[in-house]
Every structure is written in C-alpha cells, then in structure tokens.
Design a protein around this ligand. Structure first.
Ligand SMILES: Cc1ncc(COP(=O)(O)O)c(C=O)c1O
Ligand SMILES: [Zn+2]
Length: 409
C-alpha cells in the first residue's frame, strides 16, 4: 500500500480488509474524527492523519465517541492496563490490540517531599513503570493497534527518544516495520533499545524538529505511516487513559492542580480530553484541575507565546536540554495546549537545567524514585508556583512523572 505523505494530504483510502460496520458494533463507541480548530468532521473509518481544512489549515484531529449509556461498570476491572477503558478507546476489533500491559501505573503519595515543603497533599502518577519506561507506551500501543486495524505495515517517527523506543517495541510485537529518527545527542540506551527491538534507527544532528524534516524527506513518497505527535489521531487516545486512571485512582475526585512536563503536549491534551469525556458521562464534577505545562528554559515556546513575546511558536528556536522530551520548539498542538491552560486556569512554567538535575537527586533521595529529567522538572516548577502564590500549600497537587531515569544513567 502507498500512503500519502502527511504534508501532501491528510486523507488516505482504507484497504478493504473487513466490514468496519460489523466491528464497530462489537466494542468501540468511536463515531468520527474532528478538526481541533474548526470542528470539521473527518471519517474514522479511513486512515486520516491530521485535519487539513480549506478554512483553517493543518491541525490535530480529535476522536469523538457516542458515550451515552456507558457506565463505570463498563470498565474492565480485571484488565490491569490502560485497556480496562477499551469502550472509550478507538479500536473497533480487540483482535488488533497490540499490548505489553501499558498503563494502570501507580499513583504514589510523596509524603517525605510533602513534609519538606509543608504541603497537605502531594502525589505522583508514576509513568516510569510502563513498558519501555515511559508514558509513550500508552500512545504507541494505541497507535500501532489502530495502524494494524487500518491495514498499515510500516511506521516512521521523529522522536526525542522515548516515543521511538515505544514504537519499536510495539511494532516488534505487531510484526510491523519501524523507522525511528532521533537526535544524535540522545543518550545511548534510547538508541540501543530501538535496535534491539529490530527497528531501523536514523540519527540526525539537532532537535526533534530537524528529525521531523528528515522524516518528511525520507517519506516523500508516502510509503510509511507517520506517527509523529498529533499528526495521527490515536496516540492521543492512548495517552488520555492517564486521565481516566487519575480519576479512578482518586475515587473520581480530581486534584486541584496537575503539573505536566510538556513537549508536544499529547499527554496534557489527552488528560484534559479524558476529563471532558468523564464530565459528559457524569462520572466526575465539572471543575477541572489547573493544568500546568512545565518546560525547560532551554526550550520554552509555550512560555514565550503565553507571555505575548511571539504570536505563536512556528519560528521559535530551542536549544537541547537534559530533559530531551521537552526539546520541542514548534509543537503542532500549541493552540490546543494554550487553550487548555487558559480554560483550566493553569499556565506554562519554565525551569533551568541545574534545577532539573538538583530535583532529580532530591526526588531520588527523599522518595526512592529515579525519575526522568522531564518529570524532575516539575519539582522546581512547583516551588516557583508555591513561592508566587499560584499554588497553595493546602491544595491537592499531582505531579505526572512521564518516564524512567534509568535510561539516562
Ligand atoms: C519522559 C518524557 N516526558 C515528557 C515528554 C513530552 O511529552 P508530550 O509530547 O506529551 O508533551 C516526552 C517526550 O518525548 C518524554 O519522553
Ligand atoms: Zn479545521
């Protein structure tokens, strides 16, 4: 099969492998995809990558479901992975599920740090315990499962590191081809795991934005399915399960504030999407936690746009950071991320490299957790927001550690 390259077209005809209508009745309540900017409807029964509307240009596509009638009893409580929420997920036929038991990660109380900072309630959702050591497993499990369902055999991805390893692992299980394009400065374990999973690895000088250009060059004939952040709709659906889990683990009472390390933004958008779906289902109250997007001072496009120093981040030049996942200078979902921060009363915050290193040690020593630098960035951000009064010490605070520190050793 030939796929159109992403920059040429967002619409690709579905090869006829099965009757989609039969499968739709079986489990998923997915009805359609919608442009995140103008609400134009796109089909969920064909391979659609991102919205390319005449009126509003290119934007991420959002999956929509007919969720009426689904209750908490529909959660598959025997399934100790993100697939316990399979009814709210886009896979039509569970035979296509490619899973390494991702998700359903622990929500840990950080009592030592809470005592140090005089906080009433500090918790961490620990995504380091996922297959391949990061939350990227959720998105790639979902995207590769959907790719298989849609008859795709070859995937390509620009990555800061973790998404590449996850794609390689899920493609290995799916017996699909994976091409991973990664910055050459990425630590060795991120590269080695891709090779061990049997993927093709291409190293590029620069940041993920340069890898994205390389992907477009390599894929000019459209032979590969580009699973770049928000350039296909289903990684987001995997990531949204973090939102469902947070609600379920906190007995359907959301925290007051969530700090999230934000690069491309799929995690943050996914959690917010899950909250909205659960409000629609009547599972949670309508007051959302304030979402705080934490960035590195070396690459802070959201902070710059938020502060009005640029119209958007399209021309923003970032520098490398120890927190590789945060080195995303031109996030495709910027508009949506900023709208979410505004809607929830949150904001973007940047922290310095030295603060990240210090925080990684502090969390390790005080809590016994060796978290990723991306997750460690949350602690100095929290300290800043406590100092300027944007977060109160009596609030319920949730940090989202997105990955493991072990790959950085
Ligand atoms: C550990 C880690 N945290 C955070 C991010 C940023 O994720 P998102 O693109 O969802 O903002 C990445 C992305 O590579 C990552 O690997
Ligand atoms: Zn549109």
């Amino acid at each position: 099969m030939r796929l159109a390259a992403n920059h040429q077209s967002a619409y690709i005809a579905l090869p006829i492998y099965f009757n989609m209508n039969d499968l739709k009745e079986s489990v998923s309540h997915l009805t359609h995809l919608q442009c995140s900017n103008c609400t134009k409807v796109y089909s969920a029964e064909q391979i659609n990558t991102f919205a390319s509307c005449d009126t509003c240009g290119n934007s991420p596509l959002i999956s929509h479901y007919e969720l009426e009638g689904i209750t908490k009893d529909d959660i598959d409580i025997e399934e100790r992975s993100m697939w316990r929420y399979f009814k709210m997920l886009p896979l039509f036929d569970q035979k296509n599920r490619i899973s390494l038991a991702e998700g359903f990660t622990p929500l840990l109380r950080l009592d030592n740090l809470a005592a140090d900072y005089h906080l009433a309630s500090l918790a961490m959702k620990d995504e380091s315990q996922n297959p391949t050591g990061s939350f990227k497993a959720r998105g790639l499990s979902m995207a590769v499962s959907k790719a298989r369902e849609l008859g795709i055999r070859r995937c390509i991805i620009p990555t800061a590191g973790n998404a590449g390893g996850a794609l390689a692992a899920y493609c290995a299980q799916a017996e699909m081809e994976a091409v991973i394009v990664m910055p050459e400065h990425t630590p060795k374990p991120f590269k080695d795991e891709c090779l061990l999973f049997g993927a093709k690895l291409i190293l590029v000088p620069g940041l993920i934005s340069h890898c994205a250009q390389k992907v477009n060059e390599l894929n000019f004939s459209g032979d590969y399915y580009n699973v770049s952040t928000l350039k296909e709709p289903y990684r987001l659906e995997g990531k949204k399960t973090m939102g469902y889990e947070i609600a379920e683990q906190l007995r359907w009472k959301l925290p007051d504030v969530i700090l999230y390390p934000t690069g491309g933004g799929t995690g943050l958008i996914g959690i917010w999407k899950a909250f909205h779906e659960m409000i629609g289902l009547g599972w949670i109250e309508s007051r959302l936690p304030r979402m705080i997007a934490v960035q590195s001072g070396n690459c802070q496009p959201l902070v710059e746009t938020w502060a009005g120093r640029q119209e958007n981040s399209k021309m923003y030049q970032g520098r490398a950071t120890l927190a590789n996942g945060l080195a995303v200078p031109n996030p495709f979902g910027e508009k949506l991320i900023l709208a979410i921060l505004k809607e929830t009363g949150g904001e973007p915050v940047a922290v310095a490299e030295a603060e990240i290193t210090r925080a990684q040690r502090e969390v390790a020593r005080r809590e016994g957790l060796l978290i990723a630098p991306e997750g460690a960035a949350l602690l100095p951000a929290l300290q800043k927001l406590l100092a300027n009064g944007r977060i109160r010490r009596d609030e319920r605070i949730l940090l989202l550690n997105t990955g493991s520190g072990y790959k950085y050793l």
